[in-house]
Design a protein around this ligand. Structure first.
Ligand code: NAG
Ligand code: NAG
Ligand code: NAG
Length: 184
C-alpha cells in the first residue's frame, strides 16, 4: 500500500468549526510552504484531503489527522493562538505544529505510523485511501488506539486519549505547521 501518496498533488483543507465544507484550501508540492491568514477570531482545523472528496459539498470527510487551531485576542492586544494534533478521528499521517513566538513549544510527530500498522487498525477514507481508524465513538477502533499508544506519547505528541489534550500556544498568533508523508 502507498502510505506516502507521492503520486498525487497534496491538498490541504481549512475548515471553520461547525462547518461541513472547507473555508479555504491549498495545493502544495512536497517541500514547499505557503502562508495562510485567518481572521483574528478564527477557530477551526486543517486536514489532508483531495478536491474530489472535500469539495463535493457533502458532509465533512473527517477520517484522518486533524490539526485544531483557534485564536483569541488578549487584553494587551496580542493575538494568542492555541492548537493541537488530534488522532481521535483517525490518522492519515504525521503533522508537527510549532510556535513562532520564540518559546519553541511544539507538538505532533513526523514519523509515518501508517507503515507497519496492523490491518485491524486500518480503515478507508471515502475515496478508498488507507488510514488508521478513529479511536472515539461512533465506531471506535481499539486496535488503532493501542497501536497509536505504542508509538506516540499522548501527553506530548497527539490527542489520542480523551482525558489528555496536548495543547500548545503561540503568543504571536502565527504557527509553523508541517505535514509529513501520509495518505490523502
Ligand atoms: C499579552 O498578554 C498575554 C496573556 O496575558 C501574555 O501571555 C503575553 O506575554 C502578553 N504580551 C505582551 C507583549 O505583553
Ligand atoms: C491582533 O489582530 C488584530 C486584528 O487582525 C490586529 O489589528 C492587531 O494588530 C493584532 N495585534 C498584534 C499585536 O499584532
Ligand atoms: C481496512 C479496510 O477496509 N481496508 C480496505 C481499504 O480499501 C482497499 C482497496 O481499496 C481494501 O483492499 C482494503 O481492505
Amino acid at each position: 500500500m502507498d502510505f506516502t501518496n507521492k503520486h498525487q498533488r497534496h491538498y490541504f483543507f481549512l475548515y471553520e468549526t461547525g462547518r461541513e465544507t472547507p473555508w479555504k484550501y491549498t495545493e502544495l508540492e512536497p517541500g514547499n510552504e505557503i502562508f495562510i491568514s485567518v481572521c483574528s477570531t478564527f477557530a477551526g482545523h486543517v486536514v489532508r484531503g483531495n478536491p474530489t472528496e472535500n469539495l463535493d459539498g457533502k458532509v465533512r470527510h473527517n477520517l484522518g489527522t486533524v490539526v485544531e487551531l483557534a485564536w483569541e485576542r488578549q487584553a494587551n492586544g496580542t493575538n494568542r493562538s492555541w492548537g493541537y494534533i488530534s488522532l481521535l478521528e483517525g490518522c492519515d499521517g504525521g503533522a508537527v505544529l510549532t510556535s513562532t513566538d520564540g518559546s519553541g513549544v511544539t507538538t505532533g510527530f513526523s514519523k509515518n505510523i501508517l507503515v507497519g500498522a496492523p490491518f485491524k487498525a486500518l480503515s478507508n477514507k471515502t475515496d478508498g485511501s488507507v488510514v488508521l481508524d478513529r479511536t472515539v465513538e461512533p465506531g471506535a477502533n481499539v486496535a488503532a488506539l493501542k497501536y497509536e499508544l505504542c508509538l506516540l506519547d499522548p501527553l506530548r505528541e497527539a490527542f489520542i486519549i480523551q482525558t489528555f489534550r496536548p495543547v500548545v500556544v503561540t503568543e504571536n498568533g502565527r504557527w509553523d505547521l508541517t505535514f509529513y508523508p501520509g495518505t490523502y
